[in-house]
Design a protein around this ligand. Sequence first.
Ligand code: NAX
Length: 333
Amino acid sequence: MAETRLFPDRPINVCVTGAAGQIAYSLLPLIAGGKVFGRHQPVSLRLLEIEAALPSLEGVVMELEDCAFPLLHSVFITSDAREAFRSCDVAVLLGAFPRKQGMERKDLLEKNAGIFKEQGEALNFEAAANVRVIVVGNPANTNAYVLKHFAPNVPEKNITALTRLDQNRAVSLVARKLGVPLSKVSDIYIWGNHSSTQYPDVLHGSVEGKGKLSDLLDKSYLEENFIPTIQKRGAAVIAARKMSSAMSAANAVCDHLHDWLLGSDSIVSMSVASDGSYGIERGTIFSFPLRCSRGGNYEIVKELQLDDFSQRYIKITAEELYAEKAEALALLS
Ligand code: NAX
C-alpha cells in the first residue's frame, strides 16, 4: 500500500537551528532524503544560524543542492529567528551556546535561557499553529522548559526534548552485553533529564526468546556498570573524538521525529511536559516512556510499576530538573 503523506498537498516546513553545526551536518541529509518524514513527503528547509556562521551555512546549502534530493523542495537561510520559524510545522532546535573552558554551569544556563526565551517568543508568533518542537541544544530539558514558558500559543504537548539518543545507547549496550541482536531487545526507557542524572531503566525490558532483563542483568551490574556508562556516554565520546556525539545524535533526532509524527509500535522515550504522572511536577520537561500514534499524538505510559531501586534514581533526576528550571527562570527575571 502506498504510504500516505503527512501533508498531502504541500511540503512540510522544517526549521533547523544551529544548521551549520556538526549535528545538522548529519541530520539534514536524513531530513531531505525522506528518512524522517517519509519517502513521499516533500520538505522545505528553513535554516537558522548566527550571522557569523552564515558563510559556512552557504557551503552546507551547496552540498544539499549537490545531493540532488528529489524530496527537497526549497532551502531558505537566515540569522533572524522570526523569519526562520515562519509557518514552520516542525522546529529542530540544535543551536545553543556551547560550554567553554572555565565557564560556570550558571553562566551556561543563563546564556542558553536567553537564547531559548528569544526563540520561544519567535516561535510563539511565527510558527504554524500545531508546530512540533524538539530541543536538542543543551541543557536540553531546561531549554525546552524556558521555550515553553515563552511560547504560550504553542500547545504544551508539542514541545519536547531529545532523550532518544540515551535510549538508543542503552539498547545497544544491553544487546552487546548479552550477545543478542538489537532487534530482540525491547522496552528500555529513559527517565528524567538528559544529563548525568538520567535513569536508563531496563527493569521492564526483555529479550525475545530469552526472558526479562530483570532476570538477565543483576542490580549490582546495573548500578556499578550499566547506569553510569549510559549516564557518562556523551563525555566518553567527547574524550575519544574530541568532539561531541553528532552522527548518533542526528540518528536519534530522526528516530524521535519519525516515531512522534508517523507513529511507532514500540514504546519510546521522549522528554515531554509532565502531566503529573509518576509524581513528577506538572510542566517539568521530563523523559518518560511514551506511546506515539501517527499524526503527532502521544501518551505517557501510565501503568508501569516502579520499585524502590527505580524510584531512587527517578527522584535524583527529578530534583536536578526542578533546581535547573527554577534557576533558569530566576536568571531571566
Ligand atoms: P555545534 O557547536 O557543532 O553547532 C551548534 C551551532 O549552533 C553552531 O553552528 C552555532 O553557530 C549555532 N548557534 C549558536 N547559537 C545559536 C542561535 N542563537 N541561533 C542559531 N544558531 C545558533 O554543536 P552540535 O554538535 O551540532 O550540538 C548542538 C547541541 O546539541 C549542543 O548544545 C550539544 O550539547 C547538544 N547535544 C544534545 C544531545 C541530546 O541528546 N540532547 C546529544 C548531542 C549533543 O551533545
